[in-house]
Design a binder for this molecule. Structure first.
Ligand SMILES: [Zn+2]
Length: 152
């Protein structure tokens, strides 16, 4: 983050309008850049005093200390959010791993689906039964036709 970028979001930082990655870069810059840090302190004192006057509150004695605490709180929040982020990622990873193991074991352990053997089905039996019944007249007809042919 450049000084210009950092200074352009000072107001957003004071109003708690930055997202987690912006906050991270912003704090990092403020800790390494005395000029921007000074700028932040001035803006913080100015904006906070204006807000306090607006809300009829007493003015703070030490804006510098307040800002320090705000930055510390922000750092704690970043660590907490990052921790949650990685913890969630870890849980997600474990779920995926578990599912992968489960499905490979499932395929490995479950018996293969039984193949329907047509020769043992009722359909086949019925067909054989019908064949027997219809073969008979056909056979008789053949015999008859053979007999007729023999007479000719
Ligand atoms: Zn800077």
């Amino acid at each position: 983050m450049t000084c210009t970028e950092a200074q352009s979001i000072i107001t957003a930082f004071i109003n708690d309008e930055l997202n987690i990655s912006e906050l991270e870069e912003f704090i990092l810059h403020m800790e390494s850049c005395p000029e921007c840090r000074e700028e932040l302190e001035v803006y913080y004192a100015l904006l906070t005093a204006m807000k306090q006057l607006d809300e009829d509150k007493n003015l703070s004695d030490d804006y510098s200390q307040e800002l320090k605490e705000k930055i510390e709180h922000t750092q704690e929040r970043i660590i907490h959010l990052r921790y949650n982020y990685y913890r969630k990622k870890g849980v997600l990873f474990l779920i995926i791993l578990f599912m992968a193991v489960f499905f490979s074991l499932y395929h490995y352990l479950m018996p293969e689906e039984e193949v329907n053997n047509v020769t043992e089905s009722r359909f086949r039996l019925r067909t054989s039964f019908m064949e027997d019944r219809f073969d008979k007249p056909a056979k008789e007809l053949n015999d008859y036709l053979e007999k007729q042919g023999g007479l000719d």
